[in-house]
Design a protein around this ligand. Sequence first.
Ligand SMILES: Cc1cc2nc3c(=O)[nH]c(=O)nc-3n(C[C@H](O)[C@H](O)[C@H](O)COP(=O)(O)OP(=O)(O)OC[C@H]3O[C@@H](n4cnc5c(N)ncnc54)[C@H](O)[C@@H]3O)c2cc1C
Ligand SMILES: *[C@@H]1O[C@H](CO)[C@@H](O)[C@H](O)[C@H]1NC(C)=O
Ligand SMILES: *[C@@H]1O[C@H](CO)[C@@H](O)[C@H](O)[C@H]1NC(C)=O
Ligand SMILES: *[C@@H]1O[C@H](CO)[C@@H](O)[C@H](O)[C@H]1NC(C)=O
Ligand SMILES: *[C@@H]1O[C@H](CO)[C@@H](O)[C@H](O)[C@H]1NC(C)=O
Length: 495
Amino acid sequence: MAGLTLPMTIALAGLIANVQAASTQECCNLVSSISLNVLGEDAQAYETERTDFWSTTAWLRPSCVFMPQTSSEVAEAVQIMVENDCQLSVKGGGHSTIPGAANIDDGVLMAMKHINTTEVNIEEGYIRVGSGALFQSIYDTLDPLGLAAIVGRVGVVGMGMAVGAGISYFTNELGLVVDNVVAYEMVLANGTFVEVSSTQLPDLFWAMKGGNNNFGVVTHLKLRTIETAGAVFGGVITYPEASLDDFGTLLYDYHVRQAVEAPKTHVLPQYYYNGTTNTVGAVAAIVYNDDVETVPEIQQGWMEIDATSNTVQRRETYADLVDQVRDTSGDGLVQEQRTLTIYADEALMKDFWQAYHAWLQQYQHIQGLYAIHVQMPITPRAVAQGYANGGNALGFDPAENRTLSVIVWSLSIDNIEDTEEILPAHREFISSMEEMASSRGLLHPYIMLTYSAHDQPAIASYGEENVQRLQEIRDIYDPGHVFKTLIPGGQKLQD
Ligand SMILES: Cc1cc2nc3c(=O)[nH]c(=O)nc-3n(C[C@H](O)[C@H](O)[C@H](O)COP(=O)(O)OP(=O)(O)OC[C@H]3O[C@@H](n4cnc5c(N)ncnc54)[C@H](O)[C@@H]3O)c2cc1C
Ligand SMILES: *[C@@H]1O[C@H](CO)[C@@H](O)[C@H](O)[C@H]1NC(C)=O
Ligand SMILES: *[C@@H]1O[C@H](CO)[C@@H](O)[C@H](O)[C@H]1NC(C)=O
Ligand SMILES: *[C@@H]1O[C@H](CO)[C@@H](O)[C@H](O)[C@H]1NC(C)=O
Ligand SMILES: *[C@@H]1O[C@H](CO)[C@@H](O)[C@H](O)[C@H]1NC(C)=O
């Protein structure tokens, strides 16, 4: 044990400070000295925690799993990790498809799941949530109060979204998830605990809105709450192949008209390809954030094109809506997501889907092949909301006044062995889509971190000026860049 150090508060006699890196086993022993919630590789629950990630590509082999129960355990652990050069990962809901974003080989997996409280502050208009909380519990807590928070659309996903970007049912009206964070409570590189907001360390607050795990470990977040109408109108419609051209037309109309003129609308549109049956179709969540009995005129088109099923109706709670909007491909598969941003354009948006369909058919033989193609707007109003709330690091230009379309290609297959055949080709295919957008003058540089693949430069896409500002802020709060070297996974801010 010689050569390992603990924070002063729990220092053991005889330890010598400031020597070289501890082995990962020693790092696990040190963490065990501050918490009973550390699972070694031989613990029964280790396998469950190691594989509690959406994509099997994120099922790595940590040396141990540490599940802190309090903020001070997180702070002590960060201090120990830094003093002993121990590598770790930080896991929220485990839904990133980037293999080492929230898990790690030969290091400490710090899973926030036990820090999951949800406390509502009605007077000040926020909900304080643990960084291990999943969205389901936030909807469940707020629904009975007639309130909602601007969080993700699927219940099992977690707060990693709130340090990346985040598209919510409310985004057309209120902006991204990061734009509606009131404060982050976090542990800095020196083990100090801080709360950052528009009035406390506002530079760091700005950096957290897109900075992923590069600036500290978040223990809690305060999220703005809004009063709902007491009900929401929405559900899921499935469309057959014959409706897809009309679907594409409506989708473009949603990006440039419905979402712009009626900010209470929300649509989560997914084209899908099922390789097992070699069939295509679309699934869309259609939502109107108000208490109405019938679909608003502006969304009527979605109800009129031929559909195979339709659950759109008035609902008493958002939880009921969230329950409809499930992940269609499921857990425990190989998943890859890649993304680009364009200026909304009908021909390009339709061409993306047709090209993807054609490309996918070449891989029909791969077991379990299933793909989803999603096109989501960021309207001028959503961008303006971000600025109104103090700005974020993402690099949107409020003067542009055009709808941006975030395009996601999401691929899933059954077996890791098939990744070699399909993933490099997937990367090449999306590069060709990028070239197509670029040649038509429609490519926007933004790469949404929360839908990005490991080799897509999400943070660099925020623009040189923002990257430089992020680096300056890091030099203040993490001068040793420990969150880059000790938390190696996920999208990193370059030196
Ligand atoms: C089924 C599904 C539905 C989705 N729905 C939406 C949606 O509606 N809108 C949308 O915008 N996106 C959506 N996404 C994408 C989602 O935003 C990202 O997958 C996001 O990374 C998920 O966060 P997480 O906490 O679950 O993931 P994790 O993999 O646990 O974390 C993601 C990243 O955040 C970092 N991080 C997590 N917690 C902390 C912390 N406490 N402190 C510092 N860093 C931290 C991790 O280190 C990691 O790098 C969805 C994805 C899936 C698979
Ligand atoms: C929160 O964490 C506690 C402790 O791990 C757990 O018992 C509880 O079920 C979790 N709550 C939710 C809503 O996930
Ligand atoms: C694809 O089709 C097969 C065969 O009908 C079905 O079993 C499977 O569930 C479908 N995949 C998805 C993700 O819906
Ligand atoms: C943005 O564009 C729309 C129409 O394209 C126009 O009506 C509006 O005034 C513009 N807003 C700003 C702030 O330029
Ligand atoms: C830790 O870093 C913060 C931010 O730079 C600083 O304010 C604080 O004084 C530091 N704490 C210690 C104990 O060095």
